[in-house]
Design a protein around this ligand. Sequence first.
Ligand code: PLP
Length: 231
Amino acid sequence: MKRSWNFNPGPAALPLEVLKQAKEAFVEYGDQGLSLLEMSHRSRAVERIVEETERLLLELTGLPTGYRVLFMGGGASAQFALVPMNFLQPGKVGRYLVSGSFAEKAYREALAVGQAEALTGGKAEGGKRLPDVRRMEMAPGTAYVHMTTNNTIEGSQFRDFPDTGTVPLIGDMTSDILSRRLDWTKFALIYGGRSEKPRPRRGDGRHRQGRTVKSGQRGHSGDLPVSHLRR
Ligand SMILES: Cc1ncc(COP(=O)(O)O)c(C=O)c1O
């Protein structure tokens, strides 16, 4: 089989072994005698897949107890609206590091829901330079801080994260979830669209690329972004 060099920053290359395993499950999942696509989403087998995926994601991120993984429809873009709907309290402001195109979209969606404010994130400089967020001041009345950890289109990635204290820090990690070790506990919520996939950091030459890992999961019923939610 001929494998193309795939440098897509979004839906990117996956290891061939993973694709082959998925191909087999497409026809018959385990010894169930039917395809994963033919199984009821309420069947025990599918419930087990969801439970195992949650357990593995928490294990890979090293998140302590108190976090849950939710598989939801609507892609990362749905979270642009769901974040302010869930985290914005009356009289408070959602603050957004506007560091790239997707960060800006998240910010604009929040404005449609309530009060939001754009923090300098580097978008104005074409996303070429990101601000130092290590000593970010937390303005009074901040409901949450939202950041896009990897700017998929601009190709810039935050290496440091602000210390927001008791203010929830929310990360759109669509295009770099699971790409590196980090202190995930800094985040109250992490989300990522499943259109971009978690992959190993290094594979054989064909899978390696400058951009790291893709986020999200595809489950039995299609469009399933991943969120880590602190209870
Ligand atoms: C960082 C980032 N956020 C959000 C999105 C939008 O994701 P979705 O297509 O799942 O809505 C993308 C898509 O590429 C992305 O890269």
